[in-house]
Structure formats: C-alpha cells, structure tokens
Design a protein around this ligand. Sequence first.
Ligand SMILES: [Zn+2]
Length: 266
Amino acid sequence: MTMCRRVRRDAVAEGAGPPGARVRRARRAGIAAGAVLVAGLAVATPSSGHVIAIDVGHSIASQGAISARGVAEFEFNRALALVVEQTLAAAGYRPFLIGADGRTEDLVSRPRRAGEARAGLFVSVHHDSAKARFQRDWIHDGRPRKYLDDRFRGFSIFVSRNNVQWPLALRCASAIGARMIAGGFRASRYHADPVLGSGREFADEANGVHFYDNLAVLRHAPMPALLFEAGVIVNRDEELALGRAETRAGIARALGEGMGDCGFRT
Ligand SMILES: [Zn+2]
C-alpha cells in the first residue's frame, strides 16, 4: 500500500497543470505521451476529493488493548484502517494513512503529518477496552485471557474541545455515528458511566459521541479531528464480529458516508 501511495503522490506532483501542458512538458522531456496520460488518468479521481488522514492507533512497541483472544489492538486498528483507506479511495477521497508500519511512537507527529499532507479531516482508528477491574478470566487456546461482559460493547467516537476545529469535528462525529447506527452498529454506553467508565460527557448521546478534551492526538491536530473506537475487542462476541471482513466493510462505509454528510464531498 505504501508503494501505491508514493506512486500516486509522485503522479500528482508530475501531473500539475492542464493536461495539454503536461503532455507538452513530457514530450520535451522525451517521455512517451501515453505514459503521462495514463498517469494523468490514474490521478484524476483521487485528486478531486478531500485528503482524509487515517491514523492507525498505537504501534508495534505499544500495542494498545489486548483482545479476549490475545490479539493486539494495533493489529485490529491496522486491518480496519486499510479497509477504510480502500473504501475512501474508491469513493473518490484521498486517504492518507499514518502509522500503518507500526513505528510511530509519539502522538504529536501523527496530526503534524496529517497537516503536512493537507488533510481536511483526521480520524484516529482504535478498538476499545475497559477498566482492568471489570475484566474476567477465561482460558482460550490453553492460555489465560481476560474478557469483558456485555455491559462493555459498541462503538464510541471522541472529540476534543481543545481541537481548533472541534465544532466541525463534532458535526462529522455525529454524522459518522448516525451512519454507524443506520448500518446496524450500536453505540457504547459505558464511557459515560462514572463506575463502568470515566463519566465521560456525551457530546451527542444519540450518536455515541463523547467529549475527551485532553486526547493529545486530537488537541494537536490543525484540522477537525476525531478518535473512533470501532468496538470492544475485549468483549468476546464483539471481537469475533470486529474481525470479520463484512464488519470492517460496513464500518468503512459508515465512515465515508458520514464524512460526506458533514461536508467532505468527493
Ligand atoms: Zn486504542
């Protein structure tokens, strides 16, 4: 995927200006006009859409939550982010993936790279857990694991009022949450609960959106930014659902449609 994106960016840089001028420049440079036209066609669709930063939460060194069956959150995040990238590209957006190689350790460089890529929207992709004291023991494949019961399930979306463009971030979060619910997904309740969660204030209760003002990755973003928890991988049933291709496709579709609803037209 990395190589494809690099090729596309190069093509964009080379393809600047009207098509006629591109061909003339290419002829002067001794490059076959056909090749340039192919490159021009290849960039025509993505260059018409907004750049959307898709941030893969966590890294190889710091993998986030561990699922009920022992899979690292980073793996779930990356798998979903790649589907989101494909879905957005197919819809005419220009997705810009951050952290997919698992080597991005700090949080501040993520929104900075999104800014450098001129992303109009920043979406950090995560999968959820809950407090350790609610996690119970079970054995999976002969190994001791932790799981959460059905009080802990569903997607959650977070926005920060310290993000310079939080009103638009909230509008997008609400739109994405609404599309998730329309797609058959359920919003979590437990983050708002003072015992089960952290008493996190709802920003849009109906659509599963909360305020989380001090999230670094949102605070430092120069564009509207939101953090998307796709679901709870420590919940055994939800982990299985979140690992299915059709679930990832449905989530990616909801994200793309929600972005369209809040003004990021392709
Ligand atoms: Zn996470």
